[in-house]
Design a protein around this ligand. Sequence first.
Ligand code: HAM
Length: 414
Amino acid sequence: MITQRPKGTQDWYGSNMHKRTIIEGIARKLCKVYNIKEIITPAFEHTVLFQRGVGETTDVVQKEMYTFEDKGNRSITLKPEGTAGAVRAYLENGLYAESQPTKLFYITQAFRYEKPQSGRLRQHHQFGVEFFGSSSPLAEVELITLLMEFMKELGLKGAKLHINSIGCKNCRKTYNDALLEFLRQHEGQLCETCRERMQKNPLRVLDCKVPSCKEIVKDAPRTIQYLDDECQSHFEELKSMLTTMKIPFEVDTGIVRGLDYYTKTVFEFVNEEGFTLCGGGRYDGLIHEIDEKQDIPAVGFGFGIERIINELEAEGVELEPEPTIQLYVGILGKEAKSSAYQLVHKLRNAGVIVETDYMDRSVKAQMKYANKIGAKNTVIIGADELANNLARVKNMETGEQTEVTLDQIADLFL
Ligand code: HAM
């Protein structure tokens, strides 16, 4: 137990860590040109934020949150997603009072007590963007464009954009009536949670994971048939802009998303196996829900970093390899140790990737080690090299040796 990580968690090291660093680097680089600023919010928030924000009837709030009482008897929850915390921070720090829009991105961990299975972790990581202040579908287009560029830079080709509109509060009333009428006809076959959801929030029945419920809702009325004029024209404008931008998409009327805050547009990027890699949408009512003095539209997405890594593997995409060690500095004799280490320090300061001996190995063992760690070149520094200010740098691939003064070593690599 003591040497076993909790189920559904992962240690980040080696090649996965390297991939994650590249993914985050691309995300940061893209956000910079889109003028999207980074935000980091706490790993935990007051439970009520998620209950109100994500929604009482969602699976996330009902079954998946890591909630506990802290020593001051406050109910605290580890964040199950990034949006609610970003909205809270936007409100608490008065970011809405600055010229709008406010565009924020985050790279965060998220915690959900999910059944461990492929692609579902109890601690996962998301790259997310929240775009506050614009009710124009151009905000959706901006996020979708960024996501297309993000995947292109990563070399991913297999994800397809699916969009839908679930309408606003206004459309939801008529839709809920129609959905309830349909669900009542099948009430006996629905799971207990769904029968409860029917009373409180019938839309949530549509994302129930129980197979028998899934089968029933296949024939349920679709939100898109109940859009009011404004939501309809928003959706039409979005589709027309995507077409102008030559962004391929599919309207998937089955997407409702599992979180309560969405209004109008919802979208997902889905891979060839139908697995969702990224999800997002508009949430024009959430800010008002959290602070009734404000009424600000918003849209955002969350992209699972672990899912990106799985998809890179599935599509056979090789990311840029880890940088190799340019030079191994071997140390000959104890007396040379500190001077040799001074040289290592100087070379590193000059930007050369250098490794050396910390184990007091013999020169032969040091060369074996240099080979093992893939050092491209080696040099041995002993009393002679230090006295004559001359050393031989050996290319490990060709065996070629270059004699240089100690100050010239860095020049070979820069
Ligand atoms: P979500 O669809 O719940 O949306 O999660 C976003 C993405 O996080 C998913 O598409 C998936 O890649 C990843 N993800 C979610 N749960 C897990 C899990 N248990 N294990 C591994 N990966 C997971 C949200 O969280 C919204 N906050 C997105 C958003 C931002 N909407 C508007 N703004």
